[in-house]
Design a protein around this ligand. Structure first.
Ligand code: CUA
Length: 314
C-alpha cells in the first residue's frame, strides 16, 4: 500500500535506539530459552525416577536452594540490563537536532517540523515523516483526543501519547530506508489503520524535501486545476484542511499543501493514486468507517477537477 520496500520489524534495528531494545530482547530470549530447557530437563529427570529410590533430603534441599538462588540471580540480572537499556534509550541529545512534533489523533498523525529560530519555517504534513540519516532527530509527541502510541519498530520502542501531556524522545536512522510505523495503543474504530511512514534519506535529500515542503502550494496552471481549486475553496474542504497560499487554513484535518508529494492517503490505508483520491473524497466513510471526514456529493466532472487539483499539489 505504501512505498515499494518498507521495513517494519523490531528485530531489524536501523538505529542505535532500536538496537538497544533489540539487544535487550535477544538477551531475554536466550536467557528464558535456557531456563525453559533446564526446567524441562529437570522435569524429565524427576518423572523418570522410580518411587523405590527416594531422593535424599540433602539433595532435595540443595536442589531447591539452587533453584531459588538461580531464579533470584537471573531476575536481578535481567532487571539490571533492562534498567541500563531504559537509561540509554531515555538519554537526551543536544539542542539543535532536527525537531519534529507529532500529534496523534483519530486516526492519523499530524507532523510538524519545528524551527525555534524561525517560526515562519514551520511546516505541517501528515502520516509521512522524512529524517536525515546518521543524525539524531528529536520527536515531541502529544495526542489531541485519546491515548495513542507512536511506534516505528525499526527505529525506536513504543511511546504512549497521553492527551494533555507532551513526551519526547530522540531516534536516529543509521541507514536509508522507509520504515513503517503503527499506532500501538487501541484508540477506537480505525486504530489498525493509523499507520505512518518514516523515510530516512541523505542530508541533501532531506534538506531538499524540507525546502519543498516549506513552499506554499503551487498555483493552478490549467483551467481544470483552477476549477478544482475554486471548488475546493468554496466547499466544506476548507473547514478542516489547510492549503498554504490559499484561504484554506483549518487544522482539524491533514495539511494538504503538498498532499501529492505523499505516497499514501488516509494514514497508510490507500496508495496515493488518482482512483484512490476520488474514492476517498467521494465517500471516506466507505474506505475508513468512523473517520471524521464526511462524504462529498458532487458530479463526476467536479470530482475530476478537484482530484486534478489535489494531484497538482506536489
Ligand atoms: Cu491511534 Cu491506535
Amino acid at each position: 500500500m505504501g512505498p515499494a520496500t518498507v521495513a517494519q520489524s523490531a528485530l531489524d534495528p536501523a538505529g542505535p535506539q532500536a538496537a538497544q531494545l533489540s539487544h535487550l530482547w535477544w538477551v531475554m530470549f536466550w536467557v528464558c530459552t535456557a531456563v525453559f530447557l533446564v526446567v524441562m530437563a529437570s522435569v524429565a529427570t524427576a518423572v523418570r525416577r522410580r518411587p523405590s529410590e527416594p531422593t535424599p533430603d540433602r539433595v532435595l534441599t540443595g536442589s531447591v536452594a539452587f533453584g531459588v538462588g538461580a531464579t533470584v540471580a537471573i531476575l536481578f540480572g535481567l532487571l539490571v540490563i533492562s534498567f541500563v537499556t531504559g537509561r540509554a534509550v531515555a538519554s537526551t541529545v543536544d539542542a539543535g537536532a532536527v525537531t519534529i512534533a507529532v500529534t496523534g489523533q483519530q486516526w492519523w498523525w499530524n507532523v510538524e517540523y519545528v524551527d525555534p529560530n524561525a517560526p515562519s519555517l514551520r511546516v505541517h504534513t501528515a502520516n509521512e515523516i522524512h529524517i536525515p540519516v546518521g543524525r539524531p532527530v528529536v520527536f515531541n509527541l502529544a495526542s489531541r483526543d485519546v491515548i495513542h502510541s507512536f511506534w516505528v519498530p525499526n527505529l525506536h520502542g513504543k511511546r504512549d501519547l497521553i492527551p494533555g501531556y507532551q513526551t519526547s524522545f530522540w531516534l536516529q536512522a543509521d541507514r536509508p530506508g522507509v520504515y513503517r510505523g503503527q499506532c500501538a495503543e487501541f484508540c477506537g474504530h480505525q486504530h489498525a489503520w493509523m499507520a505512518l511512514y518514516v523515510t530516512a534519506e541523505s542530508d541533501a535529500e532531506f534538506k531538499g524535501w524540507l525546502a519543498a515542503q516549506r513552499r506554499p502550494a503551487v498555483e493552478p496552471s490549467s483551467d481544470i486545476t483552477r476549477q478544482g481549486r475554486d471548488l475546493f475553496l468554496k466547499s466544506t474542504c476548507t473547514q478542516c484542511h489547510t492549503v498554504r497560499g490559499t484561504i484554506a487554513g483549518a487544522v482539524s484535518g491533514p495539511d494538504l499543501t503538498h498532499v501529492a508529494s505523499r505516497g499514501s492517503l488516509a494514514a497508510g490505508i490507500l496508495s496515493n493514486t488518482r482512483g484512490h483520491i476520488e474514492r476517498w473524497v467521494r465517500d471516506p466513510q466507505q474506505v475508513k468507517p468512523g473517520n471524521r471526514m464526511p462524504p462529498n456529493a458532487m458530479s463526476d466532472d467536479e470530482l475530476g477537477a478537484l482530484s486534478t487539483y489535489l494531484e497538482s499539489l506536489k
